[in-house]
Design a protein around this ligand. Structure first.
Ligand code: ADP
Length: 766
């Protein structure tokens, strides 16, 4: 008897199994011989002969007989009964001794039932086999199976499962149970085979389809290219857009939408009503940059140089910008906090934005928000509208041609709310780093990533910027320029630029120092340098005419010629002096254009004690006037007659920002006091400060701007609230030098200095 040790193989009693001759030999050391009895024993784990011992085997084996040996290299074994292995001894290579006894089944399968099960099983296998060409051959073979055990033995090689599972079949004493176990193993196998076959087929189909598609596409591209080359002027729009979409690097959603619109364009043809709209859309989205730009490390020193080259002064602003660049370098980001440049017109807010772009080697784009009332201005119109357009933000991105421009949002203080939605909240979304990576313009209808855009906002005043928007931004003040600053800016930047743009070479025109000073002092009245720039441009144009007329000499502009050259009257600061009359006092206000001086005028007219206010009205101003009137009445009790028999008319010029209203308090009081005392106050005295009912002077805003305005308007002395003294630190030394600045705590101090009350009265006043 030949003993065959096997591992992890399904062996079934009373079945026909096949064995490769070679394998038989390697397991037993002998060739299979017809009619030889064999004994199959099962290893617990895969072991080689020299490792085997009595514990290596499971206690149940299977007896059988070699029934056929074929020249083709296989033998057929008919298995019989299961046996108990009572004892086992391993002597060495191929030498095992067994003591065995037959192991009986505890029950028997009803032949009728087994037949039914067998035919079902065969049917399932036949159905599966029919899907293959080999199924025809297999069929002859399948029909010959006579028992479930035969089927299992035939498929044993492919049946998966653990070594334990397979031995469990052999160890099962109930024939009924064993048959069912085999049956389910076979069904499982057929199902698995079918599935994996399906999956393979599906995969094959998919790949075939892909190959086919790619091949067709290549052919088409090739042919189209040939056509395009033959007739380069006539590459169709559709084709052009198709190429652009292919190359654009759009995100998935955008590409899908673009292809959808492209298909519509194809179907509509060139001349339909809608095709123009479709064309514009494709032109827009394919014109956008859809790829992320690389972020370069920015050399701080070089950036500083660029900023200094383009702009004079603005030290704090430049410092803050350099900080921002440093942070962006560290974070390896292309954007950061949103800066809000706040200051009067012409102070360089927009133009420094351009320099920032230059110092970062990035594109610059300016988006004006002035007068934007409609949410659609920011976010675009839906394409269902006739004449729909993208919003200003995406339009700016389109203009810049990149995905990471420096975008200056100009005049955010001039956004207004209307019934067409709130543009500020749309802008909030644009600026919110949490949301702006998927900003969806209504017109585009697909998200665009704005997270690399460096936003800079500008505003003249913070008062009108909605709180949530303001909270998002970091305010940087542009305080305006002193006369000396302006002189430098003109010499270094404005004059050379103006000459260059008019084509005047440097040696043909000279503007004398006196002339330049006079332009700044007499022909402009501003915080910024816009007016100055205009005047200088005018001078260059006039000089250009002289040069072209043939003057060989250098054109020299003297102060005395300005009136002619500029063709305008000087803004005479002497007009201040004309204001020297009782009841008129110079105040300082803070307007959108920076600081300004203004004259508060008061007058008694016959009447019955009413107070009339004209000019800047509004609740704040009315309250200030009431306060001032009461204060004067209490300070000058002997003048109460005047108030009874007359109406008091007060005129406050409009123009200041509403929040600045109360700061006219001390000016109003002084003006009324001057009126009741019938004594003029020098118009070269200017003042700003809130008052309380008891005559205390309380602090105000915009001190820097107000002092600058005072200085350039020819004021000599300024009264400011004592509590504003610390703010003087930020005021330019030049201004402090030229003005006498008097901090005051009480209105009485002002009145004393203005000569309206005596020092006794001043002392007596609370
Ligand atoms: P804003 O945006 O504050 O209204 P702009 O940026 O438009 O002001 O500036 C107006 C003009 O003045 C520009 O031509 C600008 O180059 C010039 N300018 C402003 N400030 C400076 C400065 N500090 N140095 C050089 N030129 C300046």
């Amino acid at each position: 008897m030949t003993i065959i040790p096997i591992y992890n193989y399904l062996i079934v009693p009373n079945a026909t199994m096949f064995f490769q001759t070679d394998r038989f030999q390697s397991l037993t050391g002998v060739k299979p011989k017809e009619n030889d009895d064999v004994m199959l024993i099962v290893m617990k784990e895969q072991q080689s002969w020299d490792e085997l011992n009595e514990d290596s085997f499971y206690p149940i084996g299977l007896s059988g007989t070699v029934t056929e040996v074929h020249d083709e290299g296989y033998a057929v074994i008919r298995t019989h009964d299961r046996v108990n292995i009572n004892a086992i001894k391993v002597f060495g290579m191929y030498k095992i001794e067994l003591n065995i006894s037959r192991r009986y089944d505890t029950d028997e399968m009803d032949p009728e039932e087994e037949n039914q099960r067998l035919s079902k099983l065969k049917a399932a296998i036949l159905e599966y086999a029919s899907e293959f060409q080999w199924g025809v051959i297999a069929r002859n073979y399948i029909v010959k199976w006579q028992s479930v055990a035969d089927v299992a033995a035939a498929l044993a090689m492919w049946i998966s499962g653990t070594d334990d599972d397979k031995y469990a079949v052999l160890a099962e004493d109930s024939q009924v149970k064993r048959t069912k176990m085999l049956e389910s193993m076979i069904y499982e196998y057929v199902e698995m085979a079918r599935l994996s076959n399906e999956a393979q087929n599906a995969q094959k189909k998919d790949t075939e389809k892909l190959y086919r598609k790619a091949a067709i596409q290549k052919q088409m591209d090739y042919l189209q290219k040939e056509l395009d080359e033959m007739d380069p002027d006539n590459v169709s729009d559709v084709r052009k857009f198709e190429l652009k979409i292919n190359d654009s690097g759009m995100n998935e959603t955008a590409e899908k939408e673009a292809r959808k619109v492209l298909n519509r364009l194809k179907q509509e043809g060139q001349n339909s009503a809608e095709s123009g709209m479709l064309y514009d859309y494709l032109d827009f989205v394919t014109g956008l940059s859809w790829t992320k730009e690389k972020s370069d490390e920015i050399d701080l020193e070089e950036a500083e140089k660029v900023l200094d080259e383009d702009h004079f002064g603005l030290k704090k602003v430049k410092e803050r910008i350099i900080q921002q660049i440093a942070v962006m370098n560290l974070q390896k980001k292309q954007s950061g906090s949103i800066l809000l440049f706040a200051g009067a017109p012409g102070t360089g807010k927009t133009s420094i934005g351009r320099s920032i772009a230059e110092s970062l080697h990035r594109e610059y784009v300016r988006v004006s928000l002035g007068g934007v009332r409609d949410e659609a201005d920011i976010r675009g119109h839906r394409r269902t509208y006739i004449g729909a357009m993208p919003g200003r933000i995406m339009d700016g991105i389109h203009k810049s041609g990149v995905s990471n421009p420096v975008m200056v949002l100009d005049e955010v203080d001039k956004l207004s709310v209307s019934f067409n939605g709130d543009p500020a909240s749309a802008l909030l979304e644009v600026l919110d780093p949490e949301q702006n990576s998927t900003f969806t313009d209504h017109y585009m209808n697909v998200p665009y990533d704005l997270s690399d855009v460096l936003f800079i906002c500008t505003a003249n005043t913070l008062d009108t910027i909605p709180e949530p928007l303001l909270n998002r931004m970091e305010v940087i003040d542009f305080p305006g320029y002193t006369a000396t600053d302006k002189l430098q800016i003109a010499r270094r930047h404005l004059i050379p630029k103006a000459m260059e743009s008019t084509g005047i070479s440097p040696d043909r025109l000279e503007i004398t120092e006196e002339a330049l000073e006079s332009i700044i002092a007499d022909y402009t009245a501003e915080s910024g340098v816009r007016g100055l720039k205009k005047r200088l441009d005018t001078l260059c144009r006039v000089a250009a005419v002289e040069i072209v007329r043939g003057s060989d000499e250098k054109v020299v502009v003297e102060a005395s010629q300005l009136r002619d050259y500029l063709d305008m009257k000087p803004i005479i600061h002497d007009h201040i002096l004309a204001k020297k009359r009782p009841g008129i006092v110079t105040g300082l206000a803070w307007t959108r254009a920076g600081g300004e001086i203004l004259f508060i005028e008061t007058l008694f007219t016959k009447g019955e004690g009413k107070t009339i206010i004209t000019g800047q009205l509004g609740d704040v101003m009315k309250e200030s006037v009431q306060l001032a009137v009461s204060l004067v009445k209490s300070m000058f009790p002997d003048k109460s007659e005047l108030f009874r028999g007359n109406d008091l008319h007060i005129h406050v010029p409009s123009g200041a920002v509403p929040k600045d209203g109360p700061s006219a308090g001390i000016t109003l009081t002084t003006a009324i006091a001057s009126l009741v005392m019938d004594k003029a106050v020098s118009p070269e005295f200017a003042m700003t400060g809130e008052i309380t009912l008891r005559g205390a002077v309380t602090p105000i805003g915009g001190l820097n701007e107000k002092l600058m305005a005072a200085q350039r308007s020819g004021i000599t002395t300024v009264f400011i609230p004592a509590e504003n003294e610390p703010d003087l630190r930020d005021v330019d030394a030049e201004i402090k030098e030229k003005l006498e600045i008097i901090p005051v705590r009480r209105i009485a101090e002002v009145l004393l200095k203005c000569g309206l009350i005596s020092s006794e009265v001043e002392k007596a006043a609370v």
